[in-house]
Design a protein around this ligand. Sequence first.
Ligand SMILES: Cc1cc2nc3c(=O)[nH]c(=O)nc-3n(C[C@H](O)[C@H](O)[C@H](O)COP(=O)(O)OP(=O)(O)OC[C@H]3O[C@@H](n4cnc5c(N)ncnc54)[C@H](O)[C@@H]3O)c2cc1C
Length: 470
Amino acid sequence: MSGLLQSSEKTVTVIGGGVAGMSAACAMAQAGLRVQLVERRGYLGGRASSYLHPGVDEVIDNCQHVLFGCCTNLIGFYQRIGVADRIHWTSEMTMIEPGGRRSPLGPSWLPAPLHGLPKLMAAKAFTLADKLALGRAFAAMMRPVPRNSQETLGDWLRRHGQTEGAIERFWRLVIASALNADLDSIALPYAAKVIRELFMNSAQAGSMGMSTAPLSELYSGAAKFLERSGSSVLFNSNVESAEWDEETSQWTLSTRNGALMSDFLVLALPFEATAKLLPHMPAADGVDALAAQLERHQHWPICSIHLWFDREITTLDHAVLLDREIHWLYNKSRLQPWRRLKGSYVELVVSASRHFAQLSREEAIALAMRELAEFFPAMAEAKLQKAALVKEMRATFAVPPGIDASRPTSVSPWPNCFLAGDWTATGWPSTMESAARSGHLAAEAVCMSIGNPRTILDPDLKPRGLMRFV
Ligand SMILES: Cc1cc2nc3c(=O)[nH]c(=O)nc-3n(C[C@H](O)[C@H](O)[C@H](O)COP(=O)(O)OP(=O)(O)OC[C@H]3O[C@@H](n4cnc5c(N)ncnc54)[C@H](O)[C@@H]3O)c2cc1C
Protein backbone atom coordinates (compact mmCIF):
# COMPACT_ATOMS: atom_id res chain seq x y z
CA MET A 1 0.00 0.00 0.00
CA SER A 2 1.10 3.57 -0.65
CA GLY A 3 1.52 6.11 2.15
CA LEU A 4 -1.23 8.10 3.80
CA LEU A 5 -3.92 9.44 1.52
CA GLN A 6 -5.87 12.61 2.09
CA SER A 7 -8.48 12.16 4.80
CA SER A 8 -11.94 11.50 3.34
CA GLU A 9 -15.10 12.81 4.92
CA LYS A 10 -16.25 9.27 5.73
CA THR A 11 -16.10 8.08 9.31
CA VAL A 12 -15.93 4.50 10.58
CA THR A 13 -16.38 3.10 14.06
CA VAL A 14 -14.62 -0.20 14.73
CA ILE A 15 -15.94 -2.03 17.80
CA GLY A 16 -13.29 -4.21 19.46
CA GLY A 17 -9.58 -3.50 20.02
CA GLY A 18 -8.32 -7.04 19.36
CA VAL A 19 -6.10 -7.91 16.40
CA ALA A 20 -9.14 -7.95 14.05
CA GLY A 21 -10.32 -4.48 15.06
CA MET A 22 -6.83 -2.97 15.18
CA SER A 23 -5.83 -4.31 11.76
CA ALA A 24 -9.11 -3.12 10.19
CA ALA A 25 -8.83 0.31 11.84
CA CYS A 26 -5.18 0.88 10.86
CA ALA A 27 -5.71 -0.23 7.25
CA MET A 28 -8.72 2.08 6.89
CA ALA A 29 -6.90 5.00 8.51
CA GLN A 30 -4.10 4.46 6.02
CA ALA A 31 -6.68 4.49 3.23
CA GLY A 32 -7.77 7.96 4.33
CA LEU A 33 -10.87 7.21 6.41
CA ARG A 34 -11.42 8.78 9.82
CA VAL A 35 -11.63 5.87 12.24
CA GLN A 36 -12.59 5.58 15.89
CA LEU A 37 -11.61 2.28 17.48
CA VAL A 38 -13.79 1.54 20.50
CA GLU A 39 -12.56 -0.93 23.13
CA ARG A 40 -14.34 -2.14 26.24
CA ARG A 41 -11.11 -2.51 28.23
CA GLY A 42 -8.38 0.00 29.08
CA TYR A 43 -5.80 -1.52 26.72
CA LEU A 44 -5.50 -3.04 23.24
CA GLY A 45 -4.89 -6.66 22.23
CA GLY A 46 -8.11 -8.46 23.20
CA ARG A 47 -7.34 -12.15 23.63
CA ALA A 48 -3.67 -11.39 22.89
CA SER A 49 -2.84 -8.89 25.62
CA SER A 50 -0.68 -8.25 28.67
CA TYR A 51 -1.35 -6.67 32.04
CA LEU A 52 0.21 -6.08 35.45
CA HIS A 53 -0.59 -9.24 37.40
CA PRO A 54 -1.22 -8.08 41.00
CA GLY A 55 -0.27 -11.46 42.55
CA VAL A 56 3.29 -11.42 41.18
CA ASP A 57 3.68 -7.68 40.49
CA GLU A 58 4.94 -8.36 36.94
CA VAL A 59 3.58 -7.51 33.50
CA ILE A 60 2.64 -10.83 31.91
CA ASP A 61 0.94 -11.85 28.66
CA ASN A 62 -2.46 -13.52 29.11
CA CYS A 63 -0.55 -16.33 27.35
CA GLN A 64 2.49 -16.69 25.12
CA HIS A 65 1.39 -15.98 21.56
CA VAL A 66 3.43 -17.27 18.64
CA LEU A 67 3.16 -16.47 14.96
CA PHE A 68 4.71 -18.09 11.91
CA GLY A 69 6.29 -16.85 8.70
CA CYS A 70 3.09 -17.78 6.84
CA CYS A 71 1.10 -15.21 8.89
CA THR A 72 1.43 -12.62 6.13
CA ASN A 73 -1.46 -10.39 7.26
CA LEU A 74 -0.35 -10.25 10.88
CA ILE A 75 3.19 -9.43 9.73
CA GLY A 76 1.75 -6.84 7.30
CA PHE A 77 -0.17 -5.28 10.20
CA TYR A 78 2.99 -5.23 12.37
CA GLN A 79 4.87 -3.54 9.51
CA ARG A 80 2.09 -0.97 9.06
CA ILE A 81 2.22 0.07 12.73
CA GLY A 82 6.04 -0.12 12.91
CA VAL A 83 6.51 -2.98 15.40
CA ALA A 84 7.73 -5.79 13.09
CA ASP A 85 11.26 -5.47 14.51
CA ARG A 86 9.99 -6.46 17.96
CA ILE A 87 9.39 -10.05 16.82
CA HIS A 88 12.13 -12.58 17.53
CA TRP A 89 12.24 -15.30 14.81
CA THR A 90 13.57 -18.84 15.08
CA SER A 91 13.47 -21.96 12.90
CA GLU A 92 14.58 -24.38 15.61
CA MET A 93 12.27 -26.44 17.80
CA THR A 94 13.60 -28.75 20.52
CA MET A 95 11.53 -31.70 21.67
CA ILE A 96 12.43 -32.96 25.15
CA GLU A 97 11.43 -36.30 26.64
CA PRO A 98 10.94 -36.86 30.37
CA GLY A 99 14.49 -37.69 31.51
CA GLY A 100 15.91 -34.87 29.40
CA ARG A 101 16.75 -36.51 26.04
CA ARG A 102 16.51 -33.87 23.32
CA SER A 103 15.52 -34.00 19.64
CA PRO A 104 16.18 -30.77 17.75
CA LEU A 105 13.92 -30.22 14.73
CA GLY A 106 14.29 -27.58 12.03
CA PRO A 107 15.12 -26.91 8.39
CA SER A 108 18.13 -28.09 6.35
CA TRP A 109 19.50 -27.21 2.90
CA LEU A 110 17.08 -29.66 1.21
CA PRO A 111 14.29 -28.08 -0.88
CA ALA A 112 10.74 -27.86 0.51
CA PRO A 113 8.95 -30.06 1.45
CA LEU A 114 12.02 -32.16 2.31
CA HIS A 115 13.77 -29.41 4.32
CA GLY A 116 12.70 -30.77 7.72
CA LEU A 117 13.42 -34.41 6.87
CA PRO A 118 17.08 -34.83 7.97
CA LYS A 119 16.42 -33.64 11.55
CA LEU A 120 13.15 -35.57 11.75
CA MET A 121 14.99 -38.74 10.66
CA ALA A 122 17.66 -38.11 13.33
CA ALA A 123 15.12 -37.30 16.09
CA LYS A 124 15.45 -39.71 19.02
CA ALA A 125 11.92 -38.87 20.14
CA PHE A 126 10.54 -41.00 17.31
CA THR A 127 11.08 -44.71 16.54
CA LEU A 128 11.74 -45.85 12.98
CA ALA A 129 8.09 -46.96 12.75
CA ASP A 130 6.96 -43.47 13.90
CA LYS A 131 9.18 -41.83 11.30
CA LEU A 132 7.89 -44.03 8.48
CA ALA A 133 4.32 -43.34 9.57
CA LEU A 134 4.97 -39.58 9.62
CA GLY A 135 6.63 -39.77 6.18
CA ARG A 136 3.56 -41.56 4.79
CA ALA A 137 1.21 -39.02 6.34
CA PHE A 138 3.18 -36.05 4.99
CA ALA A 139 3.17 -37.61 1.52
CA ALA A 140 -0.61 -38.11 1.74
CA MET A 141 -1.03 -34.47 2.85
CA MET A 142 0.52 -33.40 -0.48
CA ARG A 143 -2.80 -34.31 -2.11
CA PRO A 144 -5.45 -31.59 -1.89
CA VAL A 145 -8.00 -32.03 0.90
CA PRO A 146 -11.51 -30.97 -0.17
CA ARG A 147 -12.52 -27.90 1.84
CA ASN A 148 -15.90 -29.53 2.63
CA SER A 149 -14.37 -32.80 3.91
CA GLN A 150 -16.36 -34.12 6.87
CA GLU A 151 -13.46 -36.22 8.17
CA THR A 152 -11.77 -35.40 11.49
CA LEU A 153 -8.01 -35.44 11.91
CA GLY A 154 -8.40 -38.38 14.33
CA ASP A 155 -10.25 -40.49 11.72
CA TRP A 156 -7.71 -39.59 9.06
CA LEU A 157 -4.77 -40.60 11.29
CA ARG A 158 -6.39 -43.97 12.01
CA ARG A 159 -7.04 -44.44 8.27
CA HIS A 160 -3.38 -43.68 7.54
CA GLY A 161 -1.99 -46.16 10.07
CA GLN A 162 -0.24 -43.68 12.35
CA THR A 163 1.71 -45.19 15.25
CA GLU A 164 1.04 -44.25 18.87
CA GLY A 165 4.36 -42.39 19.06
CA ALA A 166 3.58 -40.35 15.94
CA ILE A 167 0.09 -39.57 17.22
CA GLU A 168 1.05 -38.62 20.77
CA ARG A 169 4.33 -36.83 20.13
CA PHE A 170 3.57 -35.13 16.83
CA TRP A 171 -0.09 -35.03 15.87
CA ARG A 172 -1.51 -34.41 19.33
CA LEU A 173 1.30 -32.31 20.72
CA VAL A 174 2.23 -30.16 17.73
CA ILE A 175 -0.75 -30.10 15.35
CA ALA A 176 -3.76 -30.50 17.67
CA SER A 177 -2.09 -28.13 20.10
CA ALA A 178 -1.64 -25.49 17.35
CA LEU A 179 -5.37 -25.89 16.61
CA ASN A 180 -6.16 -26.07 20.36
CA ALA A 181 -8.55 -29.04 20.32
CA ASP A 182 -8.72 -32.85 20.53
CA LEU A 183 -7.74 -34.82 17.42
CA ASP A 184 -11.37 -35.96 17.01
CA SER A 185 -12.69 -32.38 17.12
CA ILE A 186 -10.54 -31.00 14.29
CA ALA A 187 -11.75 -30.89 10.68
CA LEU A 188 -9.16 -32.42 8.35
CA PRO A 189 -8.81 -29.35 6.04
CA TYR A 190 -7.67 -27.21 9.00
CA ALA A 191 -5.08 -29.80 10.06
CA ALA A 192 -3.88 -30.08 6.45
CA LYS A 193 -3.51 -26.31 6.29
CA VAL A 194 -1.36 -26.23 9.43
CA ILE A 195 0.83 -29.12 8.21
CA ARG A 196 1.38 -27.53 4.82
CA GLU A 197 2.08 -24.05 6.14
CA LEU A 198 4.32 -25.00 9.07
CA PHE A 199 6.14 -28.03 7.72
CA MET A 200 5.89 -28.26 3.94
CA ASN A 201 5.56 -25.02 1.94
CA SER A 202 8.92 -23.48 2.88
CA ALA A 203 11.30 -23.03 5.78
CA GLN A 204 10.30 -19.35 5.90
CA ALA A 205 6.59 -20.17 6.24
CA GLY A 206 7.33 -22.46 9.19
CA SER A 207 9.68 -20.16 11.11
CA MET A 208 8.26 -19.13 14.48
CA GLY A 209 7.98 -15.58 15.83
CA MET A 210 7.61 -14.41 19.45
CA SER A 211 7.18 -10.86 20.67
CA THR A 212 10.06 -9.44 22.67
CA ALA A 213 7.63 -6.90 24.16
CA PRO A 214 4.57 -7.62 26.33
CA LEU A 215 1.60 -7.99 23.96
CA SER A 216 -0.33 -4.84 24.90
CA GLU A 217 2.85 -2.80 24.60
CA LEU A 218 3.38 -4.31 21.13
CA TYR A 219 -0.19 -3.40 20.18
CA SER A 220 0.03 0.11 21.63
CA GLY A 221 1.78 0.74 18.28
CA ALA A 222 -1.70 0.57 16.71
CA ALA A 223 -3.02 3.38 18.95
CA LYS A 224 0.00 5.55 18.07
CA PHE A 225 -0.48 4.81 14.36
CA LEU A 226 -4.17 5.74 14.51
CA GLU A 227 -3.48 8.99 16.34
CA ARG A 228 -0.77 9.94 13.82
CA SER A 229 -3.30 9.29 11.03
CA GLY A 230 -5.95 11.61 12.50
CA SER A 231 -7.99 8.71 13.92
CA SER A 232 -8.58 7.82 17.56
CA VAL A 233 -9.00 5.05 20.16
CA LEU A 234 -11.66 5.13 22.85
CA PHE A 235 -10.85 2.91 25.82
CA ASN A 236 -13.18 1.69 28.58
CA SER A 237 -16.17 2.02 26.25
CA ASN A 238 -18.43 -1.00 26.06
CA VAL A 239 -20.79 -0.69 23.08
CA GLU A 240 -24.24 -1.65 24.33
CA SER A 241 -26.41 -1.08 21.24
CA ALA A 242 -26.37 0.33 17.71
CA GLU A 243 -29.04 2.13 15.68
CA TRP A 244 -29.13 2.86 11.97
CA ASP A 245 -30.78 6.05 10.69
CA GLU A 246 -32.01 5.45 7.16
CA GLU A 247 -32.48 9.17 6.44
CA THR A 248 -29.05 10.39 7.44
CA SER A 249 -27.33 7.04 6.65
CA GLN A 250 -25.59 7.18 10.01
CA TRP A 251 -24.92 4.69 12.78
CA THR A 252 -25.36 5.75 16.41
CA LEU A 253 -23.76 3.59 19.09
CA SER A 254 -24.61 3.72 22.79
CA THR A 255 -21.84 3.39 25.33
CA ARG A 256 -21.84 4.24 29.02
CA ASN A 257 -19.67 7.25 28.14
CA GLY A 258 -22.13 8.63 25.59
CA ALA A 259 -23.24 8.19 21.98
CA LEU A 260 -20.89 7.74 19.02
CA MET A 261 -21.86 8.44 15.39
CA SER A 262 -20.32 7.33 12.12
CA ASP A 263 -21.08 6.48 8.49
CA PHE A 264 -19.74 2.93 8.74
CA LEU A 265 -19.45 0.26 11.38
CA VAL A 266 -17.13 -2.72 11.73
CA LEU A 267 -18.03 -5.28 14.42
CA ALA A 268 -14.67 -6.86 15.32
CA LEU A 269 -15.81 -8.96 18.26
CA PRO A 270 -15.41 -12.61 19.29
CA PHE A 271 -18.41 -14.80 18.45
CA GLU A 272 -19.75 -14.66 22.03
CA ALA A 273 -19.71 -10.83 22.14
CA THR A 274 -21.24 -10.60 18.65
CA ALA A 275 -24.10 -12.86 19.82
CA LYS A 276 -24.56 -10.66 22.91
CA LEU A 277 -24.82 -7.48 20.81
CA LEU A 278 -27.17 -9.00 18.22
CA PRO A 279 -30.47 -8.37 20.15
CA HIS A 280 -29.41 -4.70 20.46
CA MET A 281 -28.85 -4.21 16.73
CA PRO A 282 -31.62 -3.12 14.29
CA ALA A 283 -34.01 -5.77 12.94
CA ALA A 284 -32.96 -6.86 9.44
CA ASP A 285 -33.19 -9.79 7.03
CA GLY A 286 -30.40 -12.21 7.79
CA VAL A 287 -30.13 -11.50 11.53
CA ASP A 288 -31.72 -14.87 12.43
CA ALA A 289 -29.37 -16.70 10.07
CA LEU A 290 -26.38 -14.94 11.65
CA ALA A 291 -27.68 -15.80 15.14
CA ALA A 292 -27.94 -19.46 14.09
CA GLN A 293 -24.35 -19.40 12.78
CA LEU A 294 -23.11 -17.87 16.03
CA GLU A 295 -24.88 -20.54 18.10
CA ARG A 296 -22.93 -23.33 16.40
CA HIS A 297 -19.55 -22.01 17.63
CA GLN A 298 -17.79 -23.44 20.68
CA HIS A 299 -14.65 -22.40 22.47
CA TRP A 300 -11.64 -24.27 23.91
CA PRO A 301 -9.47 -23.21 26.87
CA ILE A 302 -5.71 -22.63 27.12
CA CYS A 303 -3.86 -22.38 30.44
CA SER A 304 -0.48 -20.85 31.16
CA ILE A 305 1.71 -21.19 34.23
CA HIS A 306 4.23 -18.42 34.89
CA LEU A 307 7.17 -19.34 37.13
CA TRP A 308 10.00 -17.20 38.52
CA PHE A 309 13.12 -19.03 39.76
CA ASP A 310 16.24 -17.87 41.57
CA ARG A 311 18.37 -19.23 38.69
CA GLU A 312 18.18 -20.31 35.07
CA ILE A 313 16.76 -23.81 34.60
CA THR A 314 17.55 -24.05 30.86
CA THR A 315 19.44 -22.09 28.22
CA LEU A 316 16.85 -23.00 25.55
CA ASP A 317 14.58 -20.15 24.36
CA HIS A 318 11.68 -22.53 24.05
CA ALA A 319 10.94 -26.26 24.00
CA VAL A 320 8.22 -28.84 23.32
CA LEU A 321 7.75 -31.08 26.38
CA LEU A 322 6.68 -34.62 25.50
CA ASP A 323 4.32 -37.08 27.21
CA ARG A 324 3.13 -34.80 30.04
CA GLU A 325 0.30 -32.34 30.71
CA ILE A 326 2.49 -29.28 30.18
CA HIS A 327 3.23 -28.87 26.47
CA TRP A 328 5.32 -25.81 25.66
CA LEU A 329 8.04 -23.98 27.52
CA TYR A 330 8.96 -20.36 26.76
CA ASN A 331 12.04 -18.97 28.46
CA LYS A 332 10.76 -15.44 28.91
CA SER A 333 13.91 -14.10 30.57
CA ARG A 334 15.85 -15.03 27.42
CA LEU A 335 13.13 -13.89 24.99
CA GLN A 336 12.66 -10.62 26.92
CA PRO A 337 16.15 -9.72 28.25
CA TRP A 338 14.98 -6.20 29.14
CA ARG A 339 13.39 -7.75 32.23
CA ARG A 340 16.93 -7.93 33.71
CA LEU A 341 15.98 -10.61 36.21
CA LYS A 342 18.48 -11.97 38.73
CA GLY A 343 16.98 -15.44 38.31
CA SER A 344 14.73 -16.54 35.46
CA TYR A 345 11.10 -16.44 34.28
CA VAL A 346 9.60 -19.31 32.31
CA GLU A 347 6.09 -19.69 30.96
CA LEU A 348 4.49 -23.10 30.40
CA VAL A 349 1.49 -23.49 28.11
CA VAL A 350 -1.13 -26.24 28.23
CA SER A 351 -3.23 -26.26 25.05
CA ALA A 352 -6.72 -27.77 24.65
CA SER A 353 -6.63 -27.84 28.44
CA ARG A 354 -10.18 -28.90 29.36
CA HIS A 355 -8.80 -31.21 32.09
CA PHE A 356 -5.99 -28.95 33.30
CA ALA A 357 -8.38 -25.97 33.55
CA GLN A 358 -10.32 -27.83 36.26
CA LEU A 359 -7.30 -27.88 38.61
CA SER A 360 -6.99 -25.37 41.44
CA ARG A 361 -4.10 -22.87 41.35
CA GLU A 362 -2.10 -24.91 43.91
CA GLU A 363 -2.70 -28.20 42.07
CA ALA A 364 -1.80 -26.72 38.69
CA ILE A 365 1.44 -25.13 39.90
CA ALA A 366 2.47 -28.27 41.84
CA LEU A 367 1.84 -30.44 38.75
CA ALA A 368 3.80 -28.05 36.53
CA MET A 369 6.76 -28.03 38.98
CA ARG A 370 6.76 -31.85 39.22
CA GLU A 371 6.69 -32.28 35.47
CA LEU A 372 9.27 -29.56 34.78
CA ALA A 373 11.72 -31.37 37.09
CA GLU A 374 11.49 -34.42 34.82
CA PHE A 375 12.83 -32.41 31.87
CA PHE A 376 15.45 -30.13 33.44
CA PRO A 377 17.98 -31.41 36.03
CA ALA A 378 18.68 -27.80 37.16
CA MET A 379 15.21 -27.85 38.73
CA ALA A 380 16.68 -29.89 41.62
CA GLU A 381 18.55 -26.79 42.88
CA ALA A 382 16.21 -24.05 41.63
CA LYS A 383 13.98 -22.25 44.15
CA LEU A 384 10.57 -21.09 43.02
CA GLN A 385 10.18 -17.42 43.95
CA LYS A 386 6.67 -16.67 42.69
CA ALA A 387 4.10 -18.16 40.36
CA ALA A 388 0.92 -17.24 38.48
CA LEU A 389 -1.70 -19.34 36.72
CA VAL A 390 -3.81 -17.88 33.90
CA LYS A 391 -6.83 -19.83 32.69
CA GLU A 392 -8.34 -18.53 29.46
CA MET A 393 -11.58 -20.49 29.18
CA ARG A 394 -12.64 -18.83 25.90
CA ALA A 395 -9.26 -18.86 24.21
CA THR A 396 -10.09 -20.09 20.71
CA PHE A 397 -13.06 -21.26 18.65
CA ALA A 398 -13.30 -24.92 17.65
CA VAL A 399 -12.89 -26.07 14.02
CA PRO A 400 -14.92 -29.31 13.78
CA PRO A 401 -16.10 -30.63 10.37
CA GLY A 402 -18.76 -28.37 8.88
CA ILE A 403 -17.70 -25.24 10.81
CA ASP A 404 -17.12 -23.24 7.61
CA ALA A 405 -20.91 -23.00 7.12
CA SER A 406 -20.99 -21.00 10.37
CA ARG A 407 -18.22 -18.57 9.47
CA PRO A 408 -19.82 -15.55 7.74
CA THR A 409 -17.95 -13.27 5.34
CA SER A 410 -17.49 -9.61 6.23
CA VAL A 411 -20.94 -8.84 4.78
CA SER A 412 -23.47 -8.25 7.58
CA PRO A 413 -27.30 -8.11 7.58
CA TRP A 414 -27.17 -4.30 8.07
CA PRO A 415 -26.31 -1.42 5.71
CA ASN A 416 -22.81 0.09 5.97
CA CYS A 417 -21.86 -2.50 8.58
CA PHE A 418 -19.21 -5.23 8.22
CA LEU A 419 -18.09 -8.17 10.33
CA ALA A 420 -14.57 -9.09 11.43
CA GLY A 421 -13.06 -11.34 14.10
CA ASP A 422 -10.95 -14.49 13.98
CA TRP A 423 -14.14 -16.64 13.75
CA THR A 424 -15.36 -15.09 10.46
CA ALA A 425 -14.66 -16.70 7.06
CA THR A 426 -10.89 -16.48 6.61
CA GLY A 427 -10.09 -20.17 6.08
CA TRP A 428 -7.68 -19.93 9.03
CA PRO A 429 -8.12 -21.46 12.48
CA SER A 430 -8.49 -19.30 15.62
CA THR A 431 -5.27 -17.29 15.43
CA MET A 432 -4.01 -13.73 15.32
CA GLU A 433 -3.48 -14.28 11.56
CA SER A 434 -7.14 -15.13 11.11
CA ALA A 435 -8.05 -12.00 13.08
CA ALA A 436 -5.70 -9.81 10.98
CA ARG A 437 -7.07 -11.30 7.74
CA SER A 438 -10.64 -10.67 8.84
CA GLY A 439 -9.73 -7.05 9.68
CA HIS A 440 -8.12 -6.54 6.28
CA LEU A 441 -11.12 -8.10 4.50
CA ALA A 442 -13.54 -5.83 6.40
CA ALA A 443 -11.36 -2.80 5.56
CA GLU A 444 -11.44 -3.78 1.86
CA ALA A 445 -15.25 -4.06 2.05
CA VAL A 446 -15.59 -0.57 3.59
CA CYS A 447 -13.22 0.95 1.00
CA MET A 448 -15.22 -0.74 -1.77
CA SER A 449 -18.48 0.71 -0.34
CA ILE A 450 -17.16 4.26 -0.48
CA GLY A 451 -16.01 3.78 -4.09
CA ASN A 452 -12.31 3.60 -3.18
CA PRO A 453 -11.58 -0.09 -3.89
CA ARG A 454 -8.11 -1.29 -2.93
CA THR A 455 -6.28 -4.49 -2.11
CA ILE A 456 -5.48 -4.61 1.59
CA LEU A 457 -5.25 -8.39 2.13
CA ASP A 458 -1.59 -9.38 2.08
CA PRO A 459 -0.93 -12.31 -0.31
CA ASP A 460 0.09 -15.75 0.96
CA LEU A 461 3.77 -16.72 0.84
CA LYS A 462 4.57 -18.63 -2.33
CA PRO A 463 5.51 -22.28 -1.78
CA ARG A 464 9.22 -22.91 -2.41
CA GLY A 465 11.34 -25.78 -3.72
CA LEU A 466 9.42 -28.79 -4.97
CA MET A 467 6.22 -27.45 -3.39
CA ARG A 468 6.00 -24.96 -6.30
CA PHE A 469 4.98 -27.89 -8.50
CA VAL A 470 2.39 -29.41 -6.15
C1 LIG B 1 -4.57 -18.21 25.92
C2 LIG B 1 -4.53 -17.95 24.46
C3 LIG B 1 -3.44 -18.37 23.69
C4 LIG B 1 -3.43 -18.14 22.31
N1 LIG B 1 -2.32 -18.46 21.58
C5 LIG B 1 -2.24 -18.04 20.29
C6 LIG B 1 -1.03 -18.17 19.58
O1 LIG B 1 -0.02 -18.65 20.08
N2 LIG B 1 -1.00 -17.73 18.29
C7 LIG B 1 -2.08 -17.16 17.69
O2 LIG B 1 -1.98 -16.74 16.53
N3 LIG B 1 -3.26 -17.04 18.35
C8 LIG B 1 -3.36 -17.46 19.63
N4 LIG B 1 -4.52 -17.28 20.32
C9 LIG B 1 -5.72 -16.81 19.60
C10 LIG B 1 -5.69 -15.31 19.36
O3 LIG B 1 -5.44 -14.63 20.57
C11 LIG B 1 -7.06 -14.87 18.83
O4 LIG B 1 -7.40 -15.66 17.70
C12 LIG B 1 -7.04 -13.41 18.37
O5 LIG B 1 -6.37 -12.59 19.27
C13 LIG B 1 -8.51 -12.96 18.21
O6 LIG B 1 -8.55 -11.59 17.87
P1 LIG B 1 -9.95 -10.88 17.61
O7 LIG B 1 -9.65 -9.46 17.36
O8 LIG B 1 -10.70 -11.64 16.59
O9 LIG B 1 -10.79 -11.06 18.96
P2 LIG B 1 -10.45 -10.52 20.43
O10 LIG B 1 -8.99 -10.57 20.67
O11 LIG B 1 -11.32 -11.29 21.35
O12 LIG B 1 -10.86 -8.98 20.40
C14 LIG B 1 -12.17 -8.53 20.62
C15 LIG B 1 -12.12 -7.24 21.43
O13 LIG B 1 -13.45 -6.72 21.55
C16 LIG B 1 -13.61 -6.18 22.84
N5 LIG B 1 -15.06 -6.13 23.10
C17 LIG B 1 -15.90 -7.16 23.35
N6 LIG B 1 -17.18 -6.71 23.46
C18 LIG B 1 -17.12 -5.37 23.28
C19 LIG B 1 -18.12 -4.34 23.25
N7 LIG B 1 -19.42 -4.62 23.41
N8 LIG B 1 -17.71 -3.06 23.06
C20 LIG B 1 -16.40 -2.75 22.88
N9 LIG B 1 -15.42 -3.69 22.87
C21 LIG B 1 -15.79 -4.98 23.06
C22 LIG B 1 -12.84 -7.14 23.72
O14 LIG B 1 -12.49 -6.54 24.96
C23 LIG B 1 -11.62 -7.44 22.84
O15 LIG B 1 -10.56 -6.53 23.09
C24 LIG B 1 -4.55 -17.51 21.69
C25 LIG B 1 -5.63 -17.08 22.46
C26 LIG B 1 -5.60 -17.25 23.83
C27 LIG B 1 -6.73 -16.69 24.65
